[in-house]
Design a protein around this ligand. Sequence first.
Ligand SMILES: CC(C)(COP(=O)(O)OP(=O)(O)OC[C@H]1O[C@@H](n2cnc3c(N)ncnc32)[C@H](O)[C@@H]1OP(=O)(O)O)[C@@H](O)C(=O)NCCC(=O)NCCS
Length: 216
Amino acid sequence: MRDSGVVGNDVVDLTDPAIAQHHNRERFVSRVCGVEERARVVTAFDLWAHFAAKEAAYKALVKLGFSPGFAHRDIRVSADLRAVRWRENELELSVAFDEQCVHAVTWSARSPPVLARVARARGEEGAAARALLCELLAEGIGGSADELKVVRDPVAGAWDGFGPPRVERRGATIEADVSLSHDGRFVAAAAIVGNEIGRLTPLRLVPARPAPTWAH
Ligand SMILES: CC(C)(COP(=O)(O)OP(=O)(O)OC[C@H]1O[C@@H](n2cnc3c(N)ncnc32)[C@H](O)[C@@H]1OP(=O)(O)O)[C@@H](O)C(=O)NCCC(=O)NCCS
């Protein structure tokens, strides 16, 4: 576990017709949301904002050494979309959105400022998300995105066989916690960079208005 904080992020493509009516499907909503949260789910945005917050929190909680399992309902999102709680652990939350996608970022409290961005995917989603993360980090810490490489190490028992992503510069892991997400036409990335190596743009906690890319 990192001392300087962890981050998780998740993007949902709201233009996917396959998910447009899930907020009206009681069984799905109940699987994702607890009783209090269910009362808040009226629109597709409401549902997917909660879902993205929980997926982002899952990615951060795993890095804190927890195993939340397949338990969306157990990860609770505050009514103001500013915090996520799992058992006694609370993470900060920021949700940015427009009519095309919703992007949630969670991070451990007292972390250094968080960098986050969402963009339209150009080319293959995984590669596009990695390129976005390298771009974001290069802006945060200086230097060229071309020198950065996203690596996921094999981990036995992990759901897809690999651990969370990390970033190397010229072969050495950089002091940053990072997160990737991709869904449909959108890719997203988030990072917390150790203060010692960078000048940072603080995260803005106000949801952004429609734009192809934004910082939270
Ligand atoms: C891990 C999980 C959250 C990924 O979310 P997703 O919506 O499927 O996909 P996303 O595009 O948002 O995220 C995928 C990225 O997460 C990252 N990731 C994978 N495992 C990770 C982990 N253990 N911790 C942090 N990040 C991880 C990877 O970088 C991956 O991108 P890549 O495949 O291009 O390398 C999701 O697959 C999942 O839910 N797994 C089961 C765990 C679970 O119970 N989740 C719900 C709990 S609320």
